[in-house]
Design a protein around this ligand. Structure first.
Ligand code: ARG
Length: 459
């Protein structure tokens, strides 16, 4: 099979060399972007007088017809033409004749592939931003229903202090808000056009890079042609923002998995988001949360993979760069899928308020309240901590909790204790009083909900 670049060769590559070197089986994902890039390039060549009006129109007609076929999945890609760029060029030549060969004037596959990936990530980053916002909307909705639902807050996975369930959910809202900031920021770099950088050094043709950039919706162009064709920072930034997002989803997954266990029973997942066991009839497994936790690993893998590919590359393009694509495609699919599934899983889950509340009544997570009580009456906090620590120990010995400890015991421990101590020990009261900025007090949580909603509306 004669190659489109075959002029200086006497022989064609072995079949397995072709197959090993080809990227068409995955870069066909870029078909739409590749044709859009070519349409803009043809318009630019016409504007600059490099193609005649008639030539450009014929080329664009041919490309548009290929685009329609691509949309209907009617294009038959072949490994003989290695990648999406050469496949489309060959199809164009088949469609409109040798004139199709003029399209590649003043461009190289090196600036072409980079352009395709910029276009691809622009569209998907914008989509991911919408999916994150939709998920945040679900969190806000759930949080609104559960401002006064209290559950134990944990540190070291030991019960620490009671908190509002809405406050817990909103913690994820703010993580996701930072994720959006990272993706949005990366869009600035994604929105830069490498088209016209050529193979590495620019071109002798009088092209107008700003014009093709504008046609493609880019804000700016790469200032340096070597950088333009070999930069993959924008993909690394995408993978890095995605790794952090997936880490957040993975932490949340871990909590969901714990919460729906028999040990916690804080929530129940809807049947539509759970699966059964082939052997154990009683099982209802949180597979989706587990999968999202597991898939986080492959996103990290893609980030580390590309960082490793990049670290040894001399300027400018090297074939190693073909390895940048599969991790990127896989990450897009993983992140988009995970966000959609997570939103549905949270929206449909049932919150077991009684179990959460019961948990706060059967632990020592109100011990800080007691220490604060004494400190507010003038005892140095460190001493108050010691007094309460001893009371906790007394309770453990008696097999009871602080709220069941007889009043004499409190008085024995400190004369500062009065009968109102039992009010302070109520977990609901404990949450309500945490009114510092960013705290879990119900009023503060309501304010936070307003702020969160404002953020979503301004998006
Ligand atoms: N398939 C190649 C890639 O994905 C396109 C660029 C190839 N350029 C070249 N000079 N071999 O990186």
């Amino acid at each position: 099979m004669k190659k489109l670049w075959g002029g200086r060769f006497q022989k064609t590559p072995e079949k397995w060399v072709d197959e090993f070197g080809a990227s068409i089986h995955f870069d066909k994902t870029l078909v739409k972007e590749d044709i859009s890039g070519s349409l803009a390039h043809a318009s630019m060549l016409k504007k600059c007088g490099i193609l005649t009006e008639e030539e450009a129109e014929k080329i664009k007609e041919g490309l548009t017809s290929l685009l329609h076929k691509a949309e209907k999945n009617e294009l038959d890609f072949s490994v003989d033409y290695e990648d999406i760029h050469l496949n489309i060029e060959k199809m164009l030549i088949d469609e409109i004749g040798p004139l199709g060969g003029k399209l590649h004037t003043a461009r190289s596959r090196n600036d072409q592939v980079a352009t395709d990936m910029h276009l691809y990530l622009k569209e998907h980053t914008e989509h991911i931003l919408d999916l994150i916002a939709a998920f945040q909307g679900v969190l806000v909705e759930k949080a609104e229903e559960h401002v006064e639902t209290i559950l134990p807050g944990y540190t070291h996975l030991q019960r620490a202090q009671p908190i509002s369930f809405a406050h817990h959910l909103l913690a994820y809202f703010w993580m996701l808000e930072r994720d959006k900031e990272r993706y949005r920021d990366s869009l600035k770099r994604i929105n830069t056009s490498p088209l016209g950088c050529g193979a590495l050094a620019g071109t002798t043709f009088p092209i107008d890079r700003g014009y093709s950039a504008e046609l493609l919706g880019f804000d700016s162009i790469y200032e340096n042609s070597l950088d333009g064709v070999s930069d993959r920072d924008f993909i690394l930034e995408f993978l890095s923002a995605s790794s952090i997002l997936m880490m957040h989803l993975s932490r949340f997954s871990e909590e969901i998995i714990l919460w729906c266990s028999q040990e916690f029973k804080f929530i129940e997942l809807d049947d539509t988001y759970a699966t059964g066991s082939s052997m154990m009839p009683q099982k209802k497994n949180p597979d989706m949360a587990e999968l999202i936790r597991g898939k986080t690993g492959r996103v990290y893998g893609s980030l580390i993979g590309l960082l490793t590919i990049m670290k040894g590359l001399p300027l400018a393009y090297n074939k190693d760069l073909q390895e940048d694509k599969e991790g990127m495609f896989d990450t897009v699919k993983t992140v988009e899928g995970s966000l959609e599934i997570f939103a549905g899983m949270i929206k449909t889950m049932t919150v077991n308020q009684n179990m959460m509340k019961k948990a706060t009544e059967q632990d020592f997570s109100n011990a800080t309240e007691l220490a604060d009580y004494l400190a507010k009456k003038g005892m140095p906090f460190r001493d108050a901590h010691e007094v309460v620590g001893k009371l906790v120990y007394t309770c453990i010995e008696k097999g009871i909790y602080l709220s069941s400890l007889p009043f004499e015991e409190f008085q024995k421990a400190s004369g500062l204790f009065e009968e109102d101590v039992y009010v302070v020990l109520d977990p609901h009261h404990a949450v309500e009083k945490r009114m510092s900025e960013g705290g879990t007090g119900f009023k503060k949580v309501k304010e936070a909900l307003q702020k969160a909603k404002q953020k979503l509306n301004n998006f």
